[in-house]
Design a protein around this ligand. Structure first.
Ligand code: MRU
Length: 328
């Protein structure tokens, strides 16, 4: 499958509008950093590595036109707070002007694709033939430059000849699992079963799941991993049922400056995502609502971190720091 969530034309960046999937395949064109920031904020483009690529192209657009890069960086940095890939990309782009900025943004994109393929190959060795794999949210081609992180591992396992099937949690409230992961797997002809999030424990208790693999938005120095809300619940359930729980993420998702998961900023999203969906409201007026978009899974619940530079089993501060040191 050749889903291209991000297309760089040399003078604009186009994002496959993920708000419309799976019903419609339409691209949104951005010509300024402000337009890119709006696309990130409004979830036209989402998923940690894709957000990083988007931010890089946003700055490249401004650099090519000789505009104020500091102002553009501020606008992009304010778009979404949790995925560190955004800030990592902005830092990598800092100080680059004109063509050099464009070259760097394209390199960030190309490197993400290559990292996902490598992660896929490494992660595929953890997947037994016949595995029934549960995943949460969308850590697929759509969430990256292509191939995906968690779904990249599943794709690579299938390409290596393993018979795999996927259980996609719908991922309330924004439904990335039902709309995006299920769509990607159907396109790819990988058998996929959609469930609501609250069915995960039941399926595990019946022996219908062999492993869980998810992506991440930010991994702290000790291996604690922030990912889509509901991931932590799955990790607890996986431990209860003795199932491997894997997190696949590129090094651009690691934030060594944050000691542990408690320091990771968690985005709070609009109430309307919880009180209803696409204009339909089911909750009473006057009810109080919480809508944290991410949660933190402690490293102790993670069987392994799968990165493009290697698999870190039973991650902790020392093992994460060794990985990052070896990759410098
Ligand atoms: O709110 P989203 O859709 O941007 O959240 C995405 C996730 O939580 C993904 O699992 C994560 O970014 C990893 S994507 C390879």
């Amino acid at each position: 499958m050749n889903v291209q969530p991000i297309r760089w034309t040399g003078e604009s960046v186009e994002f496959l509008d993920q708000r419309l999937l799976p019903e419609r395949l339409e691209y949104v064109t951005c010509r300024t950093a402000t337009e890119v920031a709006a696309a990130v904020r409004d979830m036209v483009v989402r998923g940690a590595p894709a957000i990083g690529c988007a931010a890089a192209f946003g700055l490249a657009l401004e650099a090519l036109r000789g505009r104020d890069l500091a102002a553009a960086e501020t606008v992009l940095a304010a778009s979404r707070p949790t995925a560190v890939n955004l800030f990592w990309a902005l830092e990598r782009m800092r100080g680059l002007q004109g063509e050099a900025a464009m070259t760097e943004a394209v390199a960030i994109y190309d490197e993400d694709l290559a990292a996902n393929r490598r992660m896929g190959a490494l992660g595929a060795t953890l997947v037994p033939d016949g595995a029934r794999i549960m995943t949460h949210c969308n850590a697929g081609a759509l969430a990256t430059a292509g191939h995906g992180t968690a779904l990249g591992v599943i794709r690579s396992a299938r390409d290596a000849g393993k018979r795999v099937s996927v259980i996609a949690n719908e991922t309330r409230p924004y439904l990335q699992g039902a709309r995006l992961t299920a769509w990607e797997m159907v396109q790819e002809k990988i058998p996929v079963t959609l469930i609501t999030d609250s069915m995960a424990g039941h399926l595990m208790s019946r022996g219908e799941v062999d492993l869980v693999i998810v992506g991440a938005d930010r991994i702290a120095a000790n291996g604690d991993a922030a990912n889509k809300i509901g991931t932590y619940t799955l990790a607890v359930l996986a431990q209860r049922h003795g199932l491997p729980f894997y997190v696949a993420a590129p090094l651009s998702t690691f934030d060594a400056r944050i000691a542990d998961g408690s320091g990771i900023p968690i985005e709070e999203r609009p109430e309307a995502e919880v009180t209803g969906y696409r204009g339909m409201r089911w909750a009473p007026q006057g009810v109080r609502v919480r809508n944290p978009a991410f949660d933190v899974t402690p490293a102790a619940l993670i069987s392994a971190l799968v990165t493009e530079k290697g698999v870190v089993h039973a991650p902790d501060r020392d093992r994460v720091s060794a990985l990052l040191a070896a990759s410098r």
